[in-house]
Design a protein around this ligand. Sequence first.
Ligand code: NAX
Length: 376
Amino acid sequence: MDLSFIMTNKSNLSPSSRLQALLSATLTTPLRSSSGDILTNRSQMAKDPVRVLVTGAAGQIGYALVPMIARGIMLGADQPVILHMLDIPPAAEALNGVKMELIDAAFPLLKGVVATTDAVEGCTGVNVAVMVGGFPRKEGMERKDVMSKNVSIYKSQAAALEKHAAPNCKVLVVANPANTNALILKEFAPSIPEKNITCLTRLDHNRALGQVSERLNVPVSDVKNVIIWGNHSSSQYPDVNHASVKTSSGEKPVRELVKDDEWLNGEFITTVQQRGAAIIKARKLSSALSAASSACDHIRDWVLGTPEGTFVSMGVYSDGSYNVPSGLIYSFPVTCRNGEWSIVQGLPIDEVSRKKMDLTAEELKEEKDLAYSCLS
Ligand code: NAX
């Protein structure tokens, strides 16, 4: 299947529909022979590769993430990929080492690897961009200094993506401050539809699922519909008020099964909020495999859709839903279909939740102001 054909012949579609057409054509459409039979032979089924950019690919999340993408965990077990790995010149040798390992692993789905320190080369033609590269906070650094470094990184990478990525590229920002980096990227890539720029709060979402599953001693796959509201920071609000668990007598609310509001309103929330710090304390390194796996979950659900009746958390551009100020990248409950996310509407919000949702929005507004002050 020729992707350029799909792109040009769907040119009457909106940009986001075009990428979805491209991705759904390559990811989900069963191929048929001229006689109309669905092709089952491996070689006959071959799809054209999707180009996936990972920035910061020489770092520890990058090292966990690229093999997952090459194994089909992000885009599907029958979807070939070409990996674009971008890092900065001091990491060039390490990046080349990762490329060598990818070659050595002989992943059947991996049809090519671009390892580069040139943002234009890294961004050219990519359909999915996972932005993991950024400037970490170092000891003694002011918040504003870190923000300033990341603002300039995201401003220039926004320009490279806007000019050189495939039309309608889907972007996931992982690097911290994730929500605000994504906002800067959106501001400086005005021709990329705002619905295509998101940030990762799926790790926090998965951590919340994990805590409920541990508490109830049920498989994590039986727990669903927790929500992370707001910022990917300790001000986030992990909310179980709409979450449920599959039981032998149907789906039951998490609150009804846990029967311990004190834990759910206290320790559960702080455990999820501070899980990143707990991992650093234990591992002496920040979360990497769980972050990489969650990034795959985020993109997979966005492209291939969320299961019926299930919602997930994504940092997306606020449209004012739930009275969250518009103009922020804020984590909401979303469902995904046909390559588009939509914020789940109409969930009742109690007073306690309202306060916590407003508090994390307040922090995002401050971050946004700080980021803008770095631009001037
Ligand atoms: P590492 O320091 O191991 O890797 C970062 C990589 O980015 C390095 O290889 C570095 O050379 C590269 N880099 C720096 N500037 C770059 C630029 N301008 N262009 C391309 N690459 C650049 O960090 P790692 O542990 O992999 O974490 C990466 C980011 O993810 C950090 O910002 C971290 O705070 C953030 N996280 C976000 C999470 C989330 O849920 N949103 C969770 C995990 C993680 O903490």
